[in-house]
Design a protein around this ligand. Structure first.
Ligand code: GGG
Length: 352
């Protein structure tokens, strides 16, 4: 079992360290960890945010554990050299189109939610975000118009095959959960969204056991805060999924708790190849101070054990250790406490 670890920038490196400690403590037979550079650190060391050797390392592994990328020192670089291109490049070059982002309230955190506790208690959803299309990958640029203004553009596009494959991922996930899927788009305004909706309806015919609803993204943001219990699987595009999952994270208490799995079609001898990362970014404002919550990274390890290695027991054990730590009052600054990143890692390890 070969896992490539790409810690990246800022708190990415700090939370990845704790996730690796958990992986090592599980004593998985035949586990090999290799480490590569991504993001600003990779740009500084190799002149590119996603060096060829890092990409090759990912391809030669059974799964990737990713921290976070982003650094203000790179803000003026050309777009293709920015740290974020590392994660976008890995997702597209490795064909990882399906991003699973579970959002559930842990016991003891109902009061930390941005919502009233009685609403927070009801949150148990899975956001299925498309990862290889949308404005993130469309043609983009800045030009000067005839009247001397600067004009920027990012083309939003989705093909039927791109929507079809993510729709299947969403419906399959819904089948394993509550058999409810809400597809989120902006079909009243965007052509991409109308196509998205048409294809989702077409795919739904193969999943008659799943209840399908549609919602405009603006309404979905409002409904998630008003009554999150109505959502089970939320299927949506790259941009809307990015935004809605950050919103969902504050409904469950902290962005430091949301893990993710990015999956495609590649199978290894152990399971589905995937990239696993906390949904948060590199948070340069708190980097290097031991203030980050590593739980999202640790929960990403649990998702890796489940999807890429079929180790449901070990995945459950890891999730239970995090849940127990939270129930016992283990809190970093994001949850109103004062424990450091390493101390939170210790607390999870003690309960593993
Ligand atoms: N761990 C997530 C991360 O590094 N986020 C920074 C980022 O560039 N995210 C873009 C995205 O998730 O689409």
């Amino acid at each position: 079992m070969k896992i490539a670890v790409f810690p990246g920038d800022g708190i990415g490196a700090e939370v990845a360290r704790e996730a690796v400690r958990v992986l090592e403590a599980l004593n998985l037979p035949g586990l090999t960890l290799v480490e590569g550079d991504v993001g600003a650190i990779a740009y500084q060391r190799h002149g590119h945010p996603l060096p060829a050797e890092t990409l090759d390392m990912a391809k030669a592994s059974d799964a990737v554990l990713f921290g976070a990328v982003g650094d203000p020192s790179c803000d003026n670089l050309e777009r293709h050299l920015r740290p974020e291109q590392a994660v976008l490049g890995l997702r597209s070059k490795l064909g990882l189109f399906a991003n699973l982002r579970p959002a559930t309230v842990f016991q003891g955190l109902e009061d930390m939610s941005g919502l009233r506790p009685e609403l927070a208690r009801t949150i148990d959803m899975l956001i299925v975000r498309e990862l290889n299309g949308d404005v993130y990958f469309g043609d983009k640029g800045v030009r000067e118009t005839a009247d001397g203004e600067r004009e920027g553009w990012d083309m939003m596009s989705y093909s039927t095959s791109e929507v079809r494959r993510i729709a299947h991922s969403g419906f399959q996930a819904a089948r394993k959960r509550g058999s409810k899927l809400c597809s989120v788009d902006k079909a009243n305004v965007l052509e991409t969204s109308q196509l998205w909706r048409d294809v989702v309806v077409e795919v739904a015919a193969e999943y008659s056991d799943v209840e399908l609803t549609h919602m405009y993204v603006d309404n979905a943001a409002m409904q998630m805060v008003k009554d999150p219990s109505q959502f089970d699987v939320v299927l949506t595009g790259n941009l809307f999924g990015d935004i809605l999952s950050d919103l969902a994270s504050m409904c469950v208490g902290s962005i430091g708790l949301l893990a993710s799995a990015s999956l495609g079609e590649r199978q290894t001898k152990f399971g589905t190849f995937g990239l696993y990362e906390p949904i948060h970014g590199s948070a340069p404002d708190i980097a290097g101070q031991g203030l980050a919550n590593p739980m999202a990274a640790i929960l990403s390890v649990a998702m890796m054990l489940r999807h890429s290695f079929g180790m449901e027991d070990q995945a459950g054990r890891t999730e239970a250790a995090v849940a127990k730590a939270l129930a016992d009052g283990v809190r970093g600054r994001d949850l109103g406490g004062d424990l450091s990143t390493a101390a939170i890692g210790d607390a999870v390890l003690e309960r593993l």
